[in-house]
Design a protein around this ligand. Structure first.
Ligand SMILES: [Zn+2]
Length: 577
């Protein structure tokens, strides 16, 4: 590609609404342009990177036995009614009607479509296992699209689905995809971590997310500093240390706590550690009050709460809820003598004793309270959020650490979550009808491109890993008006392309400083500088974008080095030629 002819509209200034590096740099370097909130055009350089990500995905999917298909984005409402998700998916699904009033959703995911395709075209155990995938646009009407490609409304995704005869087969398909995903992210130049995850709106039992650690990541991860355990914070477990005070024999006793409402205030006033208190949160769950109890030093984890409650329709009491239920006194509510509310408690309180909690009386708290003895709990569940330094739930000695990450992939063991309601059955060897056992596997392709930039940039621009770079080599003749430089640049351009390399030739009549600045911004991993050194010695300067390392080489040596990097298998052939 000749830079003078290439469509690379770089920007001098950072766009005002671009808050994170990937968003800023991809816009500035002319890889993409904003169309509307959360919707982008991909320009030639951006498209080149996307294509390389897709090539890697296709190679790994093929190696793992998956077959590529392409399903429509427009999905009929009826199919989503069958799975029960037309209403459950809520406002995140973009919906429209055709001219005759028939309703469609713009596919946010394709479980229904693929299950429909497979149920209509397979019937026998001989047709299974089957693993199908596609790469294409997806739509989610995000409440707050942000961070460029990291949270968009239209984005490119790879989604795959496996169909097996039984659970054992499904586990095998799942493991194959887990391993293929690891290879994909490694080949894309990412540092990544697979973590146990919540299954959310997709459903199913077991799920893993593939996380790219990044400070600006919106996902929080907990991982063990000693074993392999790692989980999304929505899911992360921890080994609880049961809070037991020194006087479990004493009965509850009121303490005057004037104006002290929060855990911190009461803890400070009474001189009791927060973990020795009971946090009592009032939730409105499907229009009924529920008291949620936690050790005072814990935050309630709403994903865990949704699992425990079996619904996603709940909220922490709002001012109008406190008004509607005047029995409950904000700041002084506690489980002892609490009326009219279901009580669920974190497992950490199960064997606890001699704690402090609200007294259900203004300006008062209770001392020496023991769950089970002084109040009843309807269910003990895992409700708390893991904290830095918590004991690992998996091993003896490990402690949990927390980090932020960008989720670039997620895989689910769906089992029969879709095959049962959508009646995707097959006949087994004995002729009996059985539901197919499914898995589903996604990669955010455009999000991955942004995640790679978050991990690979500096204050001058992007630094593409070799496998994803929009070109393998950037040729910078520093003075286009000098014929010797121009001729050498053209020769290198021609020969590099003959060797199958993707090349960007800066044939613009610009000053050297501005060529270097653009090259830094675009971030092609290798550049051949043709300037003063060439005029003196006939050698080119090969520079690495990442660390600035330089080597002086002849044209042939430079080409040989890059060709071997890009196509290691071609080495023998090229040396012989
Ligand atoms: Zn551990």
């Amino acid at each position: 590609m000749r830079q003078s002819r290439a469509f690379i509209p770089t920007l001098k200034e950072s766009p005002a609404d671009a808050e994170v590096a990937s968003h800023r740099l991809l816009l500035r370097a002319g890889f993409m342009r904003k169309v509307a909130s959360g919707i982008y055009d991909f320009l030639p350089l951006g498209t080149a990177v996307l294509r390389r990500i897709m090539d890697i995905i296709r190679e790994e999917m093929k190696a793992a036995g998956a077959q590529e298909v392409l399903l429509p984005i427009l999905q009929p409402r009826e199919l989503w009614e069958e799975s029960g998700r037309w209403s459950r998916y809520g406002e995140e699904m973009m919906r429209l009607k055709d001219r005759s009033g028939r309703e469609f959703g713009l596919g946010p995911t394709h479980e229904e479509m693929i299950t429909d395709l497979v149920r209509s075209n397979t019937g026998s155990y001989r047709d299974l296992p089957l693993n199908l995938y596609q790469i294409g646009p997806k739509y989610r009407d995000e409440l707050r699209p942000r961070f460029g490609l990291l949270r968009g409304r239209e984005f490119i995704m790879k989604d795959g689905y496996s169909f097996d005869r039984d659970e054992e087969g499904m586990l095998e398909s799942y493991r194959a995809m887990y391993e293929a995903y690891g290879r994909i992210f490694t080949r894309c130049g990412c540092a990544w971590r697979a973590v146990e995850a919540d299954t959310g709106l997709i459903g199913g039992d077991v799920s893993h997310e593939f996380m790219v650690p990044a400070e600006i990541g919106e996902a929080q991860i907990a991982y063990c500093d000693s074993c392999e355990y790692a989980a999304n914070l929505e899911k992360a477990g921890y080994r609880r240390e049961t809070p037991r005070g020194p006087r479990p024999d004493l009965r509850p006793q009121e303490a005057h706590t004037p104006g002290k409402r929060t855990i911190e205030e009461v803890s400070g006033f009474l001189g009791v550690e927060p973990r020795m208190m009971i946090k009592c949160l009032m939730y409105l769950v499907e229009d009924r009050p529920v008291a949620v109890l936690l050790p005072g030093d814990r935050e309630a984890n709403e994903a865990k709460l949704a699992r425990a409650l079996g619904t996603e329709t709940f909220r922490l009491f709002a001012p109008e809820d406190w008004e509607r239920f005047p029995l409950y006194l904000q700041g002084f509510v506690g489980p002892v003598g609490l009326e009219g509310a279901r009580v669920i408690a974190d497992q950490g309180l199960q064997e606890a004793a001699d704690l402090v909690c609200g007294a259900n009386r203004v300006d008062h708290h209770l001392l020496h309270v023991s769950p089970g003895r002084d109040f009843q709990v309807d269910a003990y569940c895992d409700l708390g959020t893991a904290l830095e330094g918590d004991a690992c739930p998996r091993c003896e000695a490990g402690r949990l650490r927390r980090e932020a990450g960008i989720e670039v992939g997620q895989i689910f063991q769906l089992k029969t979550r879709y095959s049962l309601p959508l009646r995707a059955f097959y006949r087994d060897e004995r002729g009996e009808s059985r539901p197919m056992v499914m898995g589903t596997y996604g990669i955010g392709v455009s999000r991955l491109m942004a995640a790679v930039v978050e991990q690979n940039h500096d204050d001058r621009g992007m630094i593409w890993p070799e496998e994803l770079a929009p070109a393998d080599l950037h040729i910078l003749p520093l003075d286009w008006s000098r014929e010797e430089l121009r001729e050498e640049a053209e020769a290198l351009y021609r020969e590099a392309r003959e060797r199958g390399l993707e090349v960007l030739l800066d044939d613009r009549d610009e000053r050297a400083g501005s060529k270097f600045a653009d090259a830094d911004l675009i971030g092609i991993p290798w550049r051949a500088v043709i300037g003063r050194e060439f005029l003196k010695t006939g050698r080119l300067e090969l520079q690495a974008r990442r660390d600035g390392e330089k080597s002086l080489l002849s044209r042939g040596e430079l080409l040989e080095r890059l060709t071997v990097k890009r196509h290691p298998a071609a080495r023998g052939k090229i040396s012989a030629g």
